[in-house]
Design a binder for this molecule. Sequence first.
Ligand SMILES: Nc1nc2c(ncn2[C@@H]2O[C@H](COP(=O)(O)OP(=O)(O)OP(=O)(O)O)[C@@H](O)[C@H]2O)c(=O)[nH]1
Ligand SMILES: [Mg+2]
Length: 312
Amino acid sequence: MGLFSKLINGLGKTRQRLGDSIRRVLSLHPRIDDTLWSQLEEALISADAGVATTAALLAALKEKLKHQPVESDNVAEGVRLLLEETIEEMITPAIGNGLNLSATPAVLLIVGVNGSGKTTSIAKLTRHFQQQGRKVLLAAADTFRAAASEQLITWGDRLGVQVISQKPGADPAAVAFDAFQAAKARAYDLLIVDTAGRLHNKDNLMQELNKIGRVLKKIDSSAPHEVFLVLDANTGQNMIQQARVFQEISGVTGLVLAKLDGTARGGAVISVCRELSIPLRFIGLGEKPEDLAAFDPREFARGLFEAPEEKA
Ligand SMILES: Nc1nc2c(ncn2[C@@H]2O[C@H](COP(=O)(O)OP(=O)(O)OP(=O)(O)O)[C@@H](O)[C@H]2O)c(=O)[nH]1
Ligand SMILES: [Mg+2]
């Protein structure tokens, strides 16, 4: 399956909640008036686009309609297309600059709350970078949860990459340090560091992330080169608060939105893009290593409305 079809399929639940309901609203009420605006507002909020982002979207759409009025016999499709365009414009700034992973070895630190999808996303990212011809090493710096290292080692075996690990309870910063040294000594291109899930209000665990960062800097003062925060898309608007706290503590440089395939709350992606000044790098669309897509604003906006049978 191509990546766009995967995105289309993965966004199914959000599309039902958002795209399909907006189409329905527009076909039942193809007149631009207050009733239409309040129904559009309801549809966007029900897909967890958030109050502020919904208001901003509708204001931008109204502004667009002033300059690009739609034909009276084509209100439904005309407004729908303009909304898709408005969403695309709103999320496009989140694409950010290129990844800062040109150092050799570059270090990519993965952080997030418990169960958000970190380790699975690492498997996906490993495959992604392998396909770009990079030699990847993994570090199992989640020494906290029983079986966390085994989970990463199993992925490593499946993907044919080495995993540096120590015994449960070891200092996560020491694992990261050893792995970075090994990556340097053995001429790897990229080290990806898995960390334990942590609640953003647990101070000691957040400080531990800080320590991992400090220890990596002893080897290369510019490391970690990227810090990806993995967010579970099911948490909807809560992603924003989580991201703010992690950004403060561990200098998040990019977002991975996991589990977008299982949620109807994908509207929250629009506010994540609008309200956070952190690039959205990848979206997770399933549990397998290939279920990852680089964030593409055009495709994402299309995927919110375009049903599979309409696929070219
Ligand atoms: N459907 C779906 N499931 C996902 C996705 N990403 C992860 N999962 C599932 O979510 C669950 C948790 O994933 P993990 O990768 O173990 O999450 P984690 O953040 O490493 O968890 P901890 O290490 O316990 O904090 C697993 O059952 C994964 O298969 C995704 O994009 N889509
Ligand atoms: Mg994990």
